[in-house]
Write a protein that binds this ligand. Structure first.
Ligand code: FAD
Length: 393
């Protein structure tokens, strides 16, 4: 089943965008009952969970097809949530689909795919540079048939209200750095798991799915059968998860950019600087619009190119393209939002329209799933290798 883009756009415009004022003024919890109604509506239309395999109730859409859907959903902050393809759940679903045991799939993937529960992913630690993912303190020590986990994580997105997390923990401290950690499912009602706080992002702690938590694991005991994949395979699995995950973010960001450009153009076309003289008549505003259009179109083509390469040659072969779009599209997102905010004047930094929410919450786009600088290193190294430069670190 494919989704008509016209029908989807109508749905987003008529059902989701009208919820934005309540979301922006009162928070995610205030619209949650309505979002659950809309999820049911989406399920009945046969639009549920486009990227996941049909085996788990999804539509099994290839990345190149999902790109246009994700862009449309990205036009409003809760679009992906209503289609149950929001981060971090969709990444966890893909991980469990590819690497989970039959028991893990029945116990965790099925209810996640059905939308009955939510999940989170706990890898980054406040005490260590997340950019060096092999360096961490969280340990899982074997005790009879269990692991006992101790550690401190933060930016565990959407932990508030989640049923379980997948935690990255050292299980093989004496192995080579990339073979030390495993990914282990920890139900959040496990004794010893503590949600310390939802971390304030630019002044806002958020709630439920729309939040980022600091968490602690204090002697959390879970069965060894909760480990996903082989012992020490945590980083290999993380790579599998992050490749498509980065593409998903880029597709969503293009939707945000299109909406920002739309808001900028509408405002430029209707805001009078003096009677009969529109803001859009000023060359500087026209340049912001023209630059944003070029940036967005270039970003979309680059994302599609990376998606094609992942589909035809696999995620590893496409790693340079994926790194390139990660920093390029994050930069386009930041520039486009900034132009749109500037064009709106004071209104742009209010929560009467969604630009400032995105500006605050998507500043992280240049940091999460690999900071800009780390991805630029990947791309530059590949370029320099062509000129005989060897890298030893
Ligand atoms: C909104 C948001 C959501 C997140 N969600 C999750 C989540 O759900 N689960 C999770 O585990 N983590 C999550 N994270 C954490 C994220 O993965 C880390 O923030 C990221 O890996 C960077 O790690 P760090 O913050 O420790 O920065 P550091 O590694 O300390 O880096 C700080 C800065 O140093 C620079 N830098 C780092 N390395 C290099 C280098 N090699 N060369 C040049 N410059 C460099 C970069 O500018 C970087 O921004 C989230 C982060 C954000 C912002």
């Amino acid at each position: 089943m494919s989704i008509s883009l016209v029908d989807l756009q109508n749905f987003v415009n008529s059902e989701l965008i009208p919820l934005e004022p309540i979301f922006l003024q009162q928070g995610f919890g205030a619209i949650l009952p309505k979002l659950h109604e809309l999820r049911e509506n989406v399920r009945q239309r046969g639009w549920w969970l486009p990227p996941l395999s049909r085996l788990y109730g999804g539509l099994g859409m290839p990345l190149t097809e999902f790109a246009a859907i994700s862009e449309e959903l990205g036009r409003t902050p809760t679009g992906h949530y209503v289609f149950n393809c929001q981060a971090p759940d969709v990444g966890n679903m893909e991980l469990l689909h590819m690497h989970g045991s039959a028991d893990q799939q029945a116990r965790w993937l099925m209810p996640l795919a059905f939308g009955d529960i939510r999940s989170c992913f706990a890898m980054t630690e406040p005490e260590h540079a997340g950019s060096n993912p092999v360096w961490m303190d969280t340990h899982a020590v074997k005790d009879s048939d269990d692991y006992v986990i101790n550690g401190h994580k933060w930016f565990t997105s959407s932990a508030d209200g989640a049923a379980f997390t997948i935690v990255m923990a050292v299980t093989n401290p004496d192995a080579a750095p990339h073979l030390r950690a495993s990914q282990i499912i920890v139900p959040l009602d496990t004794p010893g798991f503590k949600l310390v706080r939802n971390v304030k992002i630019m002044g806002e702690a958020g709630e439920d799915w729309s939040s980022h938590a600091e968490v602690r694991f204090e002697h959390c005991r879970v069965p060894q059968s909760n480990r996903i994949g082989g012992e020490g395979a945590g980083f290999a699995l993380a790579q599998d998860r992050l490749g498509p995950g980065r593409i998903h973010h880029c597709m969503r960001w293009i939707g945000i950019c299109e909406r920002a450009l739309e808001l900028m153009c509408r405002h430029a076309a209707t805001r009078e600087l003096s009677p009969g003289v529109m803001l859009g008549s000023r060359q500087v505003v026209q340049h912001w619009i023209a630059e944003s259009r070029a940036d967005i179109n270039a970003a979309r083509l680059m994302v599609m190119d990376a998606a094609h390469k992942i589909e035809s040659k696999g995620a590893y072969a496409a790693r340079v393209e994926v790194s390139t779009i990660k920093y390029f599209v994050a930069g386009v997102l930041q520039r486009t939002l900034d132009h749109a905010i500037q064009a709106h004047g004071a209104l742009g930094i209010t929560d009467d329209i969604p630009l400032s929410w995105w500006y605050r919450h998507e500043r992280g786009a240049r940091i999460y799933d690999g900071a800009d600088e780390v991805h630029k290193n990947v791309v530059a190294r590949q370029e320099l290798k062509k000129y005989g430069v060897n890298f030893r670190d």
